[in-house]
Design a protein around this ligand. Structure first.
Ligand code: PEP
Length: 251
């Protein structure tokens, strides 16, 4: 088993003082208790440079929460992948359900963004996951299968691309998927990745995301085919984020 990745999605939270305090607390935490998981935080765009400056040289990597599919141009208000790289980001979350819902992002859009991220030297974390209704209708595998097929370009698994399984009904709700749900969906995603990418799909990390916290992390991270966690709310509390990281099994 390779090292797990524990990634924090700060979403639209954090003014400069908050971001600085959070980054400093993470530095202090990993210095006193170096863990055995890879760590990543994804602050809002406005805080990436500040956080990357504080975390430079530490074991905690920095990522963005979205990028545009073009490297530059007339796209008012958008952020290009090379801009994230320029600020010190090494990763970017793409196709998060909040972007799929709030910005009507389609799988094709996500796929183009993945290509843009890779071209800029960023590692994409592509989110997939079904809604409550889709699960109730027993459509979760179909939905996630289509999202994987539509969002992941050729060659995705040959690089360092990461997939995050995030059931929409578990995000920010406190309703965590059961270990059985996670086991079923991660096994399904692994099989799809292998079908899509052959041998390379065997090693792609598959993160679980959806109300992961310090109390449930150990059992979720121990599920087969779980390669780490994408953490929203709990990543804003450094002690919780570090406790989640400490719960990752040794790689
Ligand atoms: C997320 O935003 O990716 C997420 C999983 O959020 P939360 O942990 O708050 O459910």
């Amino acid at each position: 088993m390779s090292r797990q990745l524990i990634a924090g999605n700060w979403k639209m939270n954090g003014l400069t003082a908050d971001a600085e305090a959070l980054a400093q607390a993470l530095i202090a935490g990993v210095a006193s208790a170096p863990g055995h998981a890879d760590l990543l935080v994804c602050p809002p765009f406005t805080q990436i440079a500040t956080v990357a400056g504080i975390l430079r040289g530490s074991v905690v990597a920095v990522g963005g929460q979205d990028c545009h599919m073009q490297p530059k141009g007339a796209h008012t208000g958008d952020i290009a992948a090379p801009m994230l790289r320029d600020l010190g980001a090494g990763f970017v979350i793409l196709g998060h359900s909040e972007r799929r819902q709030n910005h009507k992002e389609l799988d094709e859009t996500v796929r183009e963004k993945v290509l843009a991220a890779k071209a800029a030297g960023l590692i994409p974390i592509v989110c997939v996951g079904e809604t409550d209704d889709q699960r109730r209708d027993d459509g979760h595998e179909d939905v996630v299968g289509w999202q994987l097929k539509g969002s992941l370009p050729d060659g995705f698994a040959e690089g360092d691309g990461v997939v995050a399984y995030e059931p929409v009904w578990a995000i920010g709700t406190g309703r965590t998927a059961t270990e059985a749900d996670v086991a079923e969906m991660h096994a399904f995603i692994r099989a799809e990745l292998v079908r899509q990418f052959g041998e390379a799909g065997q090693t792609t990390r598959i993160l679980y995301g959806g109300s992961v916290n310090a109390g449930n992390a150990a059992s979720l991270l121990a599920v087969p085919e779980v390669g780490g966690a994408l953490v929203g709310g709990a990543s804003l509390k450094p002690e919780d984020f570090l406790a989640i990281a400490a719960a990752a099994p040794r790689g």
